[in-house]
Ligand binder design. Structure first.
Ligand SMILES: [Zn+2]
Length: 300
């Protein structure tokens, strides 16, 4: 309510003026807002454009980095494979060198077959011989020797035989080229011309290697015959067990290359002896090239 003292006829023009002023202010504000909106819209458009271009650039960079990562992964895999292959190669070379070292230290004669075309000469001597404890020998007055690397296997065999209740002795082991000549002469005196097949010619004897022993027992004694020792429990035990210690029967019954010698056992290494046992084969029936493959495991 207008309570102050304005003249009624002035009220309308004043109101008109006030409303006009107000409308003018509103119009001004509107124009300002339109202008500002225009500026903001332009700014927004620019920002949107910048954002789009930045997104595009970042996407391109991400794609390029992913591509680079993929290529690096490929390269890494390739390098890893190369390192692996190289490592395998080094491993196999090391293995080959170890095998060669082992072979170079192992006397090739130790696994040779002796025949009319291959024999040991008078200058052949085992590298190192050791004495066999007299508790194992048949004649305590006679020294018996064997190759150093074979002694532990022979002792184990003899100890295990004793544990199994088997009475077994060594009647002969290492024999030199000279001893073999003397032995043959002695057999000629005792047995006459039959000595040619009874005791092998010098150079053909496995005893010269230092890896071969003749077993006996108190009953069979030192005079060899195929009946006495072949019928003993000792011989049966040897047939069943000697391979575990690396020994084989060189001249079995009915072989085609030498007389039957049930007492005569040669060390050929446990791997080869087991193969002969498992396959029921004789050492002299194998091919020399096949036998030579076992040289590397001779003392294993
Ligand atoms: Zn013999």
């Amino acid at each position: 309510m207008v309570s102050y003292s304005m003249k009624p006829h002035l009220l309308v023009p004043v109101l008109v003026i006030l409303i006009s002023a107000y409308v003018g202010v509103l119009g001004f504000q509107r124009n300002n807002l339109i202008k500002e909106n225009g500026v903001l819209n332009t700014g927004l458009a620019v920002t949107k454009e910048e954002l789009a271009s930045t997104t595009e650039r970042l996407n391109a960079e991400i794609a390029s980095l992913q591509n680079e990562r993929f290529n690096l992964r490929l390269e890494l895999d390739a390098q890893t494979n190369r390192v692996g292959a190289l490592s395998d190669q080094v491993g196999s070379i090391t293995g080959a060198v170890n095998t060669l070292t082992k072979l170079s230290l192992t006397d090739r004669e130790l696994l040779k077959k002796y025949s009319k075309i291959y024999f040991l000469n008078e200058n052949y001597f085992p590298k190192k011989l050791l004495f066999i404890d007299q508790k194992y020998t048949f004649d305590p007055k006679k020294d018996e020797q064997i190759l150093d690397g074979v002694l532990p296997y022979l002792e184990q065999l003899l100890n295990d035989a004793v544990s199994a209740g088997i009475e077994i002795r060594i009647s002969s082991s290492y024999r030199s080229f000279e001893t073999q000549i003397d032995l043959k002469s002695a057999y000629k005196v005792t047995y006459g011309s039959g000595a040619n097949v009874f005791s092998s010619d010098q150079g053909y004897s496995e005893h010269q290697l230092g890896t071969t022993v003749d077993f006996t027992n108190l009953k069979a004694g030192s005079v060899f015959s195929d009946s006495a020792f072949a019928k003993s429990p000792a011989f049966q035990w040897l047939k069943d067990n000697a391979y575990k210690y690396g020994f084989e029967l060189s001249y079995p019954a009915n072989n085609s290359y030498y007389i039957y010698e049930p007492w005569h056992w040669r060390f050929v290494g446990r791997t080869l002896a087991k193969k002969l046992y498992d396959e029921n084969k004789n050492f002299y029936d194998l091919d020399q090239r096949e036998i030579d493959q076992y040289l590397v495991s001779f003392f294993d």
